[in-house]
Design a protein around this ligand. Sequence first.
Ligand code: FAD
Ligand code: NAD
Length: 468
Amino acid sequence: MKEITCKLLVIGAGPGGYVCAIRAGQLGVDTVIVEMAKPGGTCLNIGCIPSKAIIHAADDFAKTVAMAAGRNAMGIKADNPAIDLAKTMAWKDGITGRLTLGVAGLLKKAGVKIVVGRAKFRDGKTVAVETETGEQVIRAENIVIATGSAPVELPVLPFGASGAKVISSTGALSLTEVPQKLAVVGAGYIGLELGLAFAKLGSKVTIVEALDRILPLYDTQLTQPVGRRLAALGVEVLLGTKVKGLSSNGEALLAETGSGEEKRIAADKILVTVGRKPVTEGWGREELELDMDGRFLRIDEQCRTSMRGIYAVGDVTGEPMLAHRAMAQGEMVAEIVSGKRRSWDKRAIPAVCFTDPEIISVGMSPDEARAASREIKIGQFPFSANGRAMTLSAEEGFVRVVARADNHLVLGIQGVGAGISELSAAFALAIEMGARLEDIAGTIHAHPTQSEAFAESALKALGHALHI
Ligand code: FAD
Ligand code: NAD
């Protein structure tokens, strides 16, 4: 096969890689992207999008079940709700299919050449790709490593063990029947998002978490409403508990609580969600001399690795392993390769957990702001005092703003509440634009919307909230 030469070669077409390639193509950079699976990476195929589709379907189903059980204050009645999970999955697959086709179309529109196969470095400028029709060698002036991440496997619970009982998030997102009993190992992002969804779909869910709290990334004030929802859905959460493996007959998950009590958790499926690891093997890293930063590839503020002409973006480069961080890095690298002067100067990367209710955090938490030895002001406004939240039966939660006490510069914004993920744009923009409390309080927020809680939280920090 004839060798390809190009200015930019991107390895991996997840959010980091495909955004990089599209932007480079738009800028007229001669670009090739290699992907061994489907365009869109983890995010579009087995991550963000499919999980949010299932979460939404589960939510709708749980509301209908509550209506059928007469637990509906609005007077809506329903009879015998049922869910056909195979159909739900087919609907989800339709969405991911449209999106991945869309990404391929966008790459083509930007003039990017797509090579399908596994890429492996030969040296710092040459990559060989195993394609269906043979080996394709590609030489490039610049190469971007965007190989992403994969689920962490527990040695005591390998994926696929006991007749496919032990599954990763990928397995959970392709189940065609709702497991009667689902054990979830890890109460982080995926464990809680999917654990809640399956509880709503009707599974008896037990979550085992090694630490003494759920969602350790977020402060307890933010996670308390999620804890209450888990309890209301009958989800058992075993904190400070270690998993030991499967019972000898493979029917149950064995665990040990912090006080040494042995637990036997009967389960049809065991979903292991104990974190993700960067994909740093399988693409010829041994042929290069790349500095590492722990388990991740080391990069600088321009996403340059320790080797000239080799960049890295996305999950392979570190925390937070989030799609929007990968995309922002990818876009920046494309511009740098095209000759523009860019460096990473983002103020904040929003984090949203699509639990029930949703949690959001942008910038510094109160503890982080205090640790940075700042005098701070905090304003918190509850959704129970927000008209729109009442009309949505979504009064649980609040918006909290953290600002410097001296000049009122906003340092962080957090919140928990139904549908609050959509406020992430306003929160991130406020921090990116260097807003002060007065800017937020002085912005007219449409009525009735949940966003009014944002303005009210700023007013509260200023000492004169209007609606509480
Ligand atoms: P990836 O998306 O992992 O893409 C890497 C690509 O590289 C893959 O397509 C892979 O096939 C390809 N590749 C690897 N090696 C090679 C090779 N040698 N040759 C060719 N191709 C190769 N993030 C959010 O921001 N919001 C969410 O709501 C969210 N939900 C998630 C839910 C789940 C269940 C999971 C698992 C993840 C979720 N994430 C979410 C995380 C998000 O998916 C990742 O942060 C994001 O996909 C990282 O993008 P990336 O481009 O770095 O890598
Ligand atoms: P996570 O890091 O969010 O949570 C893992 C949890 O497992 C932690 O609470 C940890 O204490 C626990 N744990 C670790 N080892 C354990 C053990 N042996 N027994 C019991 N508990 C154990 O990891 P995740 O949920 O697998 O998600 C991976 C990553 O994917 C996230 O960190 C995030 O970057 C990304 N993601 C993001 C979103 C989102 O943005 N909404 C959604 C899903 C995934």
